[in-house]
Design a protein around this ligand. Sequence first.
Ligand code: CP
Ligand code: NVA
Length: 306
Amino acid sequence: MKHFLKLLDCTTEEIYELLDLAATMKQYVKEGKEHHFLKGKTLGMIFEKSSTRTRISFETGMYQLGGHALFISARDSQIGRGEPTQDTARVMSRMLDGIMIRTFEQKEVEMLAEYGSIPIINGLTDLCHPCQVMADLLTIREHKGKLEGLTMCYIGDGNNMANSLIVGFLKMGAHVSIACPKAYQPDAQVLSFTEQYPGKFVMTESPEEAAKDADVIFTDVWASMGQEEEKAVREKAFRGYQINAELLAKAHLGCMVQHCLPAHRGEEITADVFESHADQIFDEAENRLHAQKAVMVAVMADKKDW
Ligand code: CP
Ligand code: NVA
């Protein structure tokens, strides 16, 4: 695997391999076993949007793998002053061993990969959040023992999280049911991808319909980073698209609840549902570390000797 740009690019086998590798990484941490697969390597982490989990998990992950991570804020680098991505890609390729980027447009990530000569990892764009969904797949597999045949439900905005969840879960053999308001549907490219999975993908405007028979329900914020000015309009559009006790009662008994975080209690999820599923949600947050270490090792390690 050369880059990790979006799950649409990954085969089912590659996703399985990453999940197994993530489980191995997690085991190494639990056993306190040294696993310096990226010794002497440096990852540049470009952030054009805020982050808590992504920054901490990549930086800690690089340290645990024996390498170094460099935080590069767009605001404090020439990126924020408009240096062309084509040039940033070539400069960084001369000094770093890999780049993780969190930005707005997916085309920035693709351009880094095109012009650079080192592995590029997508740490969230407006289109997708593939690292988060690797952690999500890992968490569900740990809790349910499998992914194939489960029903993954997503309620809310057809945003980056929805796009990656749809692709990731369909590729792993799960059923996917989505409830979004008409004006906030997932990306067209993702919707056309779902056509390869007849009978396995349902999209509705009704959260109750989508939640029926779910084994896991995901949600995300109503206004993503970069959409702050739309907050009031979105609050109105998404009213009713909330994970609450009533909605959860429609799902399978023992249905899991997941949220990539940060969460807005009282909006997309009620405080009681959040707190009663907090262990699962924070397992999901912890798994960012293990899943991303697998991604970094898969694209950056010289030898595959784990
Ligand atoms: N879930 C997630 O990506 O969190 P951060 O925005 O804190 O990185
Ligand atoms: N959809 C959210 C995810 C944050 C991790 C956003 O893009 O802001």
